[in-house]
Ligand binder design. Structure first.
Ligand SMILES: [Zn+2]
Ligand SMILES: [Zn+2]
Length: 130
């Protein structure tokens, strides 16, 4: 009987030990998501889009920067910092680093989700470039 009681106590103590840090972690992550930051793709810093002074639009997406220097680096060579590109044929987002289907047209590299899209583009690039 005594052992059973002690076990219950120990279990409750362990539960309390686990529950408290868990609750704290949840509270912290809730706070973080409230701040809603985006990553400066040049330096990796977190930037608050609501207060960001430096931003630019690239292929329909807005990018935010911590400083004018990061913004300038990005506008000079966006392809260096953008991790995904839009497949101009189907509109899908394609991971640049692992893209198997790509082509260069007028000095610009285009990425495709599949060979089908790449072939469609190669046949009539003007149809897909705005
Ligand atoms: Zn930066
Ligand atoms: Zn596609």
């Amino acid at each position: 009987m005594k052992t059973a009681l002690r076990n219950t106590f120990v279990r409750a103590a362990i539960l309390a030990l686990i529950a408290v840090p868990l609750a704290a972690a949840v509270a912290i992550s809730a706070q973080e998501s409230k701040a809603k930051t985006v990553k400066d793709v040049v330096c990796g810093m977190n930037v608050n889009p609501e207060t960001a002074k430096f931003k630019t639009t690239h292929e329909g997406e807005t990018y935010y920067f911590c400083s004018e220097s990061c913004q300038k680096k990005f506008t000079a060579e966006p392809a260096k910092y953008v991790k995904t590109a839009k497949d101009p044929v189907c509109g899908m987002s394609v991971e640049v680093a692992s893209a198997k289907h790509k082509t260069t047209h007028d000095g610009k590299t285009y990425y495709f989700c599949s060979e089908i899209c790449l072939k469609k583009f190669a046949a009539e690039p003007a149809k897909y470039i705005k």
